[in-house]
Design a protein around this ligand. Structure first.
Ligand code: SAM
Ligand code: SF4
Length: 407
């Protein structure tokens, strides 16, 4: 009987001419690892390499290709063709979900009835996570965020961070956490190499916090935030999902937190996911939040941010910290999106709000080579849409609950 790997290769060969791609790679086995630097997209590489189907593409398409290549030349650093999509977006930021489990039950994230957990054997193992991380970093990913579920309940989270730290080219290792275990773990996380922390906190009123997250733990989260500040993380990012009738009345209190502490409070527009009972009326838009803040601090000013930063950042003059808005619903930032996600069960999601997925776990377990994995990844990135479908369509669409994606 043919092995999974050989069956898989035959399947690939039927659809793609793999060999020309292999020529792009310097053999990794000789320790001279190098990625196929290219300013072209996956499809453009195939054209250049004379792919049998795409090479016959008409002149109009090749003119389009040239102009895209010229646009991409503007950037000084070359970037992997596999991680560049058809709109020129370079995906240098990978989010990896470490677990589907959580020690909280936030209303906006975890469906009331809970979620069906993936059997353990179908979740990515530590070595699979590291194999994928290495591959993405070789291709140009320079930032990895660990998320979940709650990443800090994964027993080997410290080992994972320490191993990631060894990856040449990976500049930033970040974690998004609910903060419950943070104060206890932070010294070790820092030693392992953690650079950035986002801590979720939706209310400054303990009873309301417990209502929203359906569990106790407010003081532990506050302790985690203080510990992060004390240990020199700057800014410490605090994620707050704003929901009408629940915590919108605390906007000013959250901004006031930034007066003395080097926090970046990030107000996140409430997003629809399966099972979270999203509705438009519960969503408080960026503009509404900003108007309310301006009524109190009329001098709040917008700060410059990097090209791929998703948050719109503001500061009240004289305050130590800042506030940010994640406006995925009212003013999407798809045009500058540089993120890819891998779920705990090993699926690659090229868009948070898209339901198309490809199981990298299955490809890995079939014994595929790095090159073959890259073909699959490149094809998925190539299918990424220009932008999400809009909040009303998203709310009608089947997607995973957020807890099974990893925000
Ligand atoms: C899914 S959680 C995982 C990491 C960790 N457990 C935490 O809570 O920070 C990642 C982020 O997604 C955000 N999030 C979850 N559901 C959301 C929703 N429906 N709308 C907006 N943000 C959401 C959370 O507030 C959190 O900051
Ligand atoms: S937002 Fe984070 S803490 Fe809350 S249920 Fe989701 S994964 Fe857990």
């Amino acid at each position: 009987m043919a092995s999974h790997a050989s069956r898989y290769c035959r399947l690939l060969d039927r659809h793609w001419t793999v060999t020309p791609f292999r020529k792009l790679f310097v053999q990794r086995s000789n320790g001279n690892s190098q990625r196929p630097y290219s300013s072209a997209t996956y499809k453009e590489n195939q054209l250049e390499l004379g792919h049998p189907t795409l090479a016959s593409t008409n002149f109009a398409a090749s003119t389009k290709t040239r102009s895209k290549q010229e646009r991409l030349k503007d950037h000084s650093l070359p970037f992997s063709a596999f991680l560049t999509d058809n709109f020129g977006r370079r995906h240098s930021y990978l989010r990896i979900s470490l677990t589907e489990k959580c020690n909280l039950r936030c209303q906006y994230c975890m469906p009331e009835e809970g979620v069906k957990l993936t059997p353990r054997g179908q979740l990515l193992s530590t070595s699979e996570i590291l194999t994928l991380a290495r591959l993405f970093v070789q291709e140009g990913v320079d930032k990895i965020r660990l998320t979940g579920g709650e990443p800090l309940i994964r027993p080997d989270v410290l080992d994972i961070i320490a191993e990631l730290r060894k990856l040449e080219g990976l500049k930033t290792i970040a974690v998004t956490t609910n903060g419950i275990n943070l104060a206890r773990l932070l010294p070790k996380l820092k030693d392992a190499g953690l650079d950035l922390i986002n801590i979720s906190l939706d209310s400054l009123v303990p009873a309301k916090f417990e209502f929203i997250v359906r569990r106790k733990g407010f003081h532990k989260v506050m302790e985690g935030i203080d510990k992060a500040v004390e240990m020199g993380y700057n800014p410490v990012k605090v994620n707050c999902v704003v929901m009408r009738g629940l915590n919108e009345d605390e906007l000013l209190d959250f901004v006031a937190l930034t007066e003395k502490k080097p926090l970046e409070v990030r107000f996140i527009e409430y997003m629809p996911f399966d099972g979270n009972k999203w509705n438009f009326k519960k969503m408080v838009s960026y503009q509404e939040m900003l108007d309310r803040i301006r009524q109190h601090w009329s001098n709040v000013e917008r700060l410059q941010t990097g090209q791929t930063d998703t948050a719109k950042i503001f500061q009240v003059p004289g305050f130590k910290g800042q506030v940010g808005f994640i406006t995925s619903m009212s003013d999407h930032f798809c045009g500058s999106c540089n993120r890819l996600r891998i779920t705990a069960d090993g699926s690659l999601k090229v868009c948070l709000f898209g339901n198309s997925e490809v199981s990298l776990r299955d490809v890995l377990r079939s014994g595929a080579s790095d090159e073959e994995l890259l073909q699959i990844i490149g094809a998925a990135v190539g299918r990424k849409k220009k932008q999400h479908a809009g909040m009303f369509s998203i709310s009608q669409m089947k997607n995973r609950p957020m807890i099974l994606i990893g925000g």
